[in-house]
Write a protein that binds this ligand. Structure first.
Ligand code: 0PR
Length: 381
């Protein structure tokens, strides 16, 4: 660290300059995160000094967190579920698996069963908790096969994990069937809806053919759902919900000082700004606001698909959520060439022929037109 500080204006100018290196949103087609809603940005900025790790000081923020959780719990079909705002999908999945692990101390070598496109955060989580991750096969639309899940479940299985919106394909596992399997075996069932949680309720209301994924299904034990993805809040905003208080309380840990709360999240010092931002966007948009956002995302995605198909490109599978994969044998080279022209798309390390395009809030028809034109100049269908 330098001995003497520099002028603040100079430091801020340096930072502004560094940020000009970031790719502008209108060239970003790989990100599940997007430009936060204005209400989220403003509310978050106003609460940047707050800490949900000290509820004796931040009493108002505590109420903000409770209100945000209540709104999301209601959206998930159970206003009285037990939620926590967390740093994102990884922490949400970790806490859910921590609960599942705690629930079965009798099992010496615990295993969980999930589909092949389960998020890589489960690799980290299982490593940390000493759990074996058993991945099972997918159908032609990249969804976990329930018959394969049934085969993989054994006496050491502590949880079944369904993905409601995979990162790579936006594929939604057959959550209803998986919930029934878990329920009939009294097995813990976690739904990773980090990506789909803020799409599926609205897409279903718009008549899209997607399975139910929430607490209205008897077998669902917990749900991860990220406001900082399709929820349009600020980073870091994640959330995890447990069917009842007792499940969440199983991971309670005491803090040091008198009159301070027990913790049920991994992170101790937690951003009150994230809670304020999430509450602000939930309240400002309301159900109908998210419905419009979702309608627009599907409209732009359908426009993109139509344009691609008319140019002769092939999709890997019909998308369920707003993630499109184009079948291109040289997808990795195309990705590099696009990046040289300023466009960011992604190609999965496992599915190397899939050129993945994420349609979210900042993507519109004009952007799609520019992108498809650029793609055509680089890759023949
Ligand atoms: N579960 C699912 C289904 C996810 O899609 C993700 C993130 C997570 C869990 C983990 O969430 P956190 O990253 O909040 O802990 N999926 C994206 C991915 O890994 C995250 C992302 C978002 C990456 C925006 C890049 C980006 O620009 O690809």
């Amino acid at each position: 660290m330098r001995r003497q500080g520099r002028a603040q204006s100079e430091v801020l100018a340096e930072l502004d300059n560094l940020r000009t290196r970031d790719v502008p949103w209108n060239r970003v087609l790989n990100s599940i995160c997007t430009v936060p809603h204005e209400a989220a940005l403003r509310a978050g900025q106003a609460a940047l000094d707050s800490n949900l790790g000290d509820l004796r000081i931040f009493r108002g923020c505590r109420e903000v967190e409770q209100r945000a959780l209540a709104l999301m719990g209601e959206l998930l079909g159970k206003a009285d579920c037990a939620g926590s705002l967390v740093s994102g999908g990884t922490e949400a999945n970790l806490l859910a698996m921590y609960v599942a692990r705690k629930r079965r101390p009798d099992i010496a070598h615990p295993e969980i069963v999930a589909g092949e496109t389960v998020h890589y955060s489960f690799g980290k989580v299982c490593d940390m908790l000493g759990i074996t991750l058993r991945v099972v096969g997918l159908d032609e639309r990249f969804r976990m096969r329930p018959d394969a899940a049934l085969e993989a479940i054994n006496a050491s299985t502590i949880a079944l994990v369904g993905t409601a919106g995979s990162s790579e394909f936006g594929a939604v596992d057959p959550i209803e069937e998986l919930a029934a399997i878990a329920h009939s075996r009294a097995l813990y069932f976690h739904v990773d809806a980090a990506t789909g949680g803020f799409i599926i309720p609205f897409a279903r209301a718009l008549g899209r053919d997607l399975p139910q994924f929430d607490f209205s299904l008897a077998g669902v034990s917990s749900i991860a759902m990220d406001p900082h993805k399709y929820g349009m809040s600020i980073i870091p905003s994640g959330a995890v919900f447990f069917r009842d208080q007792a499940l969440r309380d199983s991971i309670n840990l005491e803090s040091f000082f008198n009159a301070t709360p027990t913790h049920h999240s991994l992170i101790g010092t937690r951003s009150g700004a994230a809670a304020a931002a999430t509450y602000a966007v939930l309240e400002t948009l309301g159900f109908d606001g998210y419905l419009e956002v979702t309608r627009k995302n599907y409209r732009v995605m359908d426009y993109l698909i139509d344009k691609l198909v008319r140019q002769g490109y092939r999709l890997v599978a019909p998308p369920q959520l707003n993630i499109v994969n184009v079948d291109l044998p040289n997808a990795v080279e195309v990705m590099r060439a696009l990046e040289e022209c300023g466009w960011i798309i992604s190609v999965s390390k496992r599915f190397r022929h899939c050129l993945r395009l994420v349609v979210t809030h900042h993507v519109d028809e004009a952007m799609v037109d520019q992108f498809v034109e650029r793609l055509r100049s680089i890759a023949t269908p």
